[in-house]
Design a protein around this ligand. Sequence first.
Ligand code: ZN
Ligand code: ZN
Length: 207
Amino acid sequence: MPAAPLPRPGAASTDARRPAADLWRVDLRELGRRAGSMQELDRSLPAPEGLRVELIGVPEGAPVQLHLRLEAVMEGVLVSGDLEAPLVGQCARCLEDVEDTLHLSVQELFAYSGSTTEATSEEDEVRRVDGEHLDLEPMVRDAVVLALPLAPTCTDDCSGLCVDCGERLDDLPADHSHDVVDPRWAGLAGKLTPPPGAPGGTNPKEN
Ligand SMILES: [Zn+2]
Ligand SMILES: [Zn+2]
């Protein structure tokens, strides 16, 4: 007798055909509205586009791991927990590729429509439950973008690039310097110096 298939995260084939944005919407019917009821949400969702700042971000479609707890409270649904997402970017000092993993904690109240919280807060002050759903994407987007470093570095003490030759200083010997005049310029300097005994001025008309 075949066992009833258990839903596995990411295994729902119907989800693959839906727009990714829908995956971030959580159906609240199972949780219900009785204050104190609770639901664990462990999911891996594809990152939406634009989870980035200038030099680093979460690649679109990369797995964002959510370990969240949804708790029905008087005013709405309290969402708290952790998330993890892969980061790809560039070192702000030497431009080398940087890969990292972002770990974040979140805690936000999604207010029910008609709740006191909703009635007494401005539109953008509080997140809202949307009918029987709540949309995790804007919360995750705000939290991730805020947490991204504006100047990521490949190592904690990356020395950056040599201002003279543009090579990574960490790849060069410690005594790397450009104090010595480049031989090509030294040769040119010799040609520009008038030979001994030649007239000081160079006036073409004198020939
Ligand atoms: Zn670097
Ligand atoms: Zn150099």
